[in-house]
Design a protein around this ligand. Structure first.
Ligand code: PAF
Length: 278
């Protein structure tokens, strides 16, 4: 795997892939990679496709009281993992190169960005949409792969790709889970042993609620039950909500694809998860 830290070198490498008749797939990440990221690389690896991963801890998507300075950074382990996963090229821009002096542009996606994590983390999705737009312009991929664990992020990316005419296929990859069902996340390392055991209540409560909603039970009482279960397990809840799977509008019609979304804090660690209503 080649590693590039300079935009011209990135463009030369991508041009060489294209000259060899290859398609290009991008897997954007913030590093601290785990099996969930490996699943993205594996999904992106297709015959005739070169996989480019990016690692950039994007300051614009962290709020003032969030974990930007403590966000795990493990470049050597990440390089090893990407190499083993069969990634072809790693793009490692610096903050100064991504946001040089005078940088003044924000990509803001209204509607789908506004609720849930957008409400709990003001400015977060503006930061995501801005950096992902830049990564798309820097790499120029044919396809880009995102985990469904960050479901609202995926919906935001799909929205601006359509709105801004990016000719890029956006592929959502199912959430990878530990054996007990907890969604893999770079932030799970913040949980102590006891919190880690309790955290499994989140996917379990969502699973129970999703099955009840699919059976036609009253949505409000199902969501209330899920909240009660989570509080009983030691979570402080940001939201547990049912949304339209595409627009993320609340109170979706039962004949629309629907998604159950939750964010809750276990101690200082904020966990998110979501599940489709089948
Ligand atoms: O999901 C992430 O790791 C980040 O939000 C992303 C998409 C790489 C943008 O910084």
């Amino acid at each position: 795997m080649d590693i590039v830290r300079d935009l011209n070198a990135l463009r030369d490498s991508v041009a060489a892939f294209r000259a060899a008749g290859q398609r290009v797939a991008l897997v954007p990440t913030m590093g601290a990679l785990h099996a969930g990221h490996v699943a993205l690389i594996e999904a992106a690896k297709r015959p005739g496709t070169r996989v480019v991963a990016s690692i950039f801890v994007n300051p614009k998507q962290f709020g003032p009281n969030e974990d930007l300075s403590s966000y795990p950074r493990r470049e050597m382990a990440d390089v090893r993992m990407l190499t083993e996963a069969g990634c072809d090229l790693l793009w490692l821009p610096s903050v100064e190169a991504m946001y040089p002096d005078g940088f003044a542009t924000t990509v803001r996606v209204s509607g789908v960005s506004d609720g849930f994590d957008g409400a709990a983390r003001p400015g977060h999705f503006d930061g995501v949409a801005t950096v992902v737009s830049k990564l798309f312009n820097q790499v120029g991929p044919d396809a880009a792969y995102f985990g469904e664990k960050d479901y609202q992020q995926l919906a935001v990316v799909r929205r601006f790709v359509t709105d801004l005419d990016f000719a890029i296929d956006i592929v959502g990859v199912p959430t990878q889970r530990d054996d007990d069902g907890l969604a893999m996340s770079s932030r799970n390392i913040y949980l102590d042993d006891e919190q880690r055991k309790q955290a499994v209540a989140l996917p379990r409560a969502l699973g129970v609620a999703a099955r009840a909603i699919a059976k036609g039970e009253d949505v409000d009482s199902v969501l209330d039950d899920a909240r009660t279960t989570l509080v009983g397990a030691g979570f402080a809840i940001d939201y547990v909500a049912l949304a339209d799977a595409e627009t993320l509008a609340e109170n979706p019609a039962a004949d629309r694809p629907r998604r159950l979304l939750a964010a809750a804090r276990m101690g200082a660690t904020r966990l998110i998860d979501n599940i489709a209503i089948e």
